[in-house]
Design a protein around this ligand. Sequence first.
Ligand code: JB2
Length: 211
Amino acid sequence: MGVGDGLDVRQVVVFGGGGHAKVVIATLRSAGYEVLVVGDDDRAKWGTRLMDVQIRAVTEAVDMGKDVFSVVAIGDNRARADMVHRLGRIRWLSVVHPLAFVDPTAHVGVGTVIFAGAVVQPNAQLGDHVIVNTSATVDHDCVLRDFVHVAPGVHLSGGVQIGTGAMLGVGAVVIPNRQIGAWSKIGAGGVVIDDIDGGITAVGVPARATR
Ligand code: JB2
């Protein structure tokens, strides 16, 4: 995780103050972190609280967080990537819920969050700012590039490769060794049995591209 001088390793700033941030905050707390502040662009939320944490403007949260770690907690992959790029040089934290299992041989990138009930098997490689949502499973040798989101209950068989920014909806399933291209979306409950190109939406059983 990279600990610098004067850095408080148990405090975290969260960017994004919606539903996904609630689960990120709960996960951080379960893992023993304290959330200092939430940064959000929505003025209507400034001064309100999320899970008992004050929401402030993003610039203020950046200021408050300069000596601690941060996580971007926005579920939408493009919006999360935009926020990460906008914030620039920040110390990103990755967090694993204590009730998730991540094999020690798996790689977990910075800013990545792994929620309760998730399982990440040997030699899986998770990039930066990935979301492995509640009870999703990522089997051996899977590769998930940066900004991927696998929603609750997704099951990835061994050797699956997911391109940057791709999104798999709730309960989607991918059979072994298939590839899903960057920024594609798989609809909830979709079953992927063929490779999926980048930038498309595929739905159904088996998952097929929508027009
Ligand atoms: O560029 C942006 C952006 N910048 C800041 N796009 C979007 N969509 N939101 C942005 N935000 C802030 O992130 C918004 O001001 C808002 O406070 C928050 C997004 O909150 P919302 O509740 O709309 O979405 P979410 O990402 O927290 O949760 C969604 O994704 C989760 C994975 C929901 O669909 C959840 O149900 C889901 N579990």
